[in-house]
Design a protein around this ligand. Structure first.
Ligand code: DGY
Length: 322
């Protein structure tokens, strides 16, 4: 019996590629260059499964031609880069990789929070540039983290894991906004309590951390008026999706001192980062590293293997989102 024909849009961990090569007739992207939408559209017409990542764009237009693909096995938990309605309309199933990147993404949010509050990026740049003049009582003074209030927007798996780190690791008071009501007993397990609106969270938080999905429902959730509603001297952390933040409004808020700093792992037009942002000292900028550990990237890949194996064996994929 012929094996399903699958295409990976990027290079994956080698152990995962090896499993895929055994089970499927796999086309690998050996030079690892991002595929343009036209190439993805072509792959949808020539393969039974396409396995995209957050670095790909799958707008409605890629689903317009002849389609052979029956499933998209997304390597990642977020899938706002895929037009889900268009995929569904063509009868294509979509799966993602929840759960396995929770801890590592929460760790990166903590890294950003600590780095921006304690000026870790600036300090590192100063030492490497040979510009450090030695210790003195007024040198590179940051903001204390322990005991402060953190406001979390989106209390899913990653939001909860971040709350746990903030509360039990750093004695922080944790408040959050979440679209649906979270059982107070469940919230208390993470040392957190729910507030009714984003504004209520912004009014009390010294640090605001975004953990909601990207896409139309949360586009520019953080905009100029919401930056103005943050406490003076507060910080923004974004490990969710770039489109949740109006980047131009963020740059103005940072430059004008409306907020004190930001730690970012994601951007509106990745991999482009506006010069106006990278020119600011009060930001810490990472290149979308949330899930970038050996353990997590292997686990994400193996989740895709499980999902598409189930699909082609006629079973329900464990992480089907459409
Ligand atoms: C995801 O999984 O959505 C991340 O952003 C990429 O690891």
């Amino acid at each position: 019996m012929s094996r399903p024909k699958i295409l990976l849009t990027r290079r994956w961990p080698s152990a995962v590629e090896a499993v895929l090569a055994e089970r499927f007739e796999a086309t690998f992207n050996t030079d690892d260059l991002p595929m343009l939408p036209d190439a993805i559209a072509e792959a949808l017409g020539t393969h039974d499964a396409v396995l995209p990542t957050v670095s790909d764009k799958l707008p409605a237009s890629v689903f317009e031609g002849d389609i052979r693909a029956k499933v998209l096995g997304n390597f990642g938990v977020g899938y706002n880069h895929i037009d889900i309605a268009a995929a569904k309309a063509k009868g294509i199933a979509v799966t993602n990789t929840p759960g396995v990147l929770t801890d590592c993404t929460a760790d990166i949010a903590m890294l950003l929070l600590l780095s921006v509050a304690r000026r870790g990026g600036e300090g590192e740049r100063q030492v490497r540039a040979g510009e450090w003049k030695g210790w003195c009582p007024t040198h590179m003074i940051g903001t204390k983290v322990t005991g402060k209030t953190v406001g979390i927007i989106g209390f899913g798996r990653i939001g909860k894991a971040f709350a746990q780190r903030c509360h039990f690791g750093f004695g922080m008071d944790v408040v959050f906004f979440n679209r649906s009501t979270v059982d107070p007993a469940e919230a208390a397990r993470y040392g957190a309590r729910q507030l009714a609106t984003v504004e209520e969270v912004l009014a009390v938080a010294d640090f605001v951390s975004l953990h909601c999905p990207g896409g139309a429902e949360n586009r520019h959730l953080m905009n100029a008026s919401r930056f103005a509603a943050m406490k003076p001297g507060a910080y923004l952390i974004n490990t969710a999706r770039g489109d949740v933040v109006d980047e131009a409004a963020l740059i103005s808020a940072l430059a004008d001192g409306v907020i004190r700093g930001a730690g970012l792992d994601v951007y509106e037009a990745e991999p482009q980062v506006p010069e106006a942002l990278s020119g600011l000292e009060n930001v810490v900028l990472l290149p979308h590293l949330g899930s970038a550990t050996e353990e997590t990237r292997n686990a994400m890949g193996m989740k895709v293997v499980d999902n598409i194996t189930a699909f082609f064996e006629g079973r329900e994929p464990p992480d089907r989102v459409a």
